[in-house]
Design a protein around this ligand. Structure first.
Ligand SMILES: [Zn+2]
Length: 155
């Protein structure tokens, strides 16, 4: 996972912190905080789940295990928000994407795109985890892989 001190180019990212009162999601946010992208996985059939739910369709009822993915994914869908619909901490434009992961089939994460390509992504574009670090929290944002060479040249 590549962590960037954030520059979203011309796009912003909502700044409000994620909810911290949902215990079922705590492992996800703890993972983001230490630079990992983790999702729940059934211990019995190895199926990935997102969001975490009560049990697995295979019949397994115990807690899932949380496993890290490598942070590379593909845009399944996206939309660019031009008009704020939240009262604060959200300054459009920003692009919200639904990202799928090759190493976690079945998971689709709602996220924000960052970087120069965030204003004009395409369905099927490859993305890589590029968390946005705020003073109080970190958000699991993604950048287009085609933006990577520029990012890697930064000192
Ligand atoms: Zn299962």
């Amino acid at each position: 996972m590549t962590e960037t001190e954030f520059s979203a180019g011309s796009m912003s990212v909502p700044e409000f912190a994620p909810p911290n009162d949902v215990p079922e999601l705590a492992p996800f946010w703890e993972g983001i905080g230490r630079g990992e992208l983790v999702f729940p996985r059934c211990r019995a059939c190895r199926r990935w789940h997102w969001y975490p739910g009560p049990g697995c369709p295979c019949g397994h009822d115990d807690e899932f295990e949380w496993s890290a993915v490598d942070g590379r994914g593909v845009i399944y869908s996206f939309t660019t928000v031009h008009r704020a619909f939240l009262p604060s901490g959200s300054a459009p434009p920003y692009t919200v994407a639904l990202v799928e992961f090759e190493d976690a089939p079945g998971v689709r994460l709602v996220t924000n795109l960052v970087g120069e390509g965030a204003a004009a992504p395409r369905i099927g574009d490859r993305v890589v985890s590029s968390p946005t670090v705020f003073e109080t929290h970190t958000l699991p944002t993604f950048a287009l892989e085609r933006d990577r060479p520029e990012r890697q040249r930064r000192p």
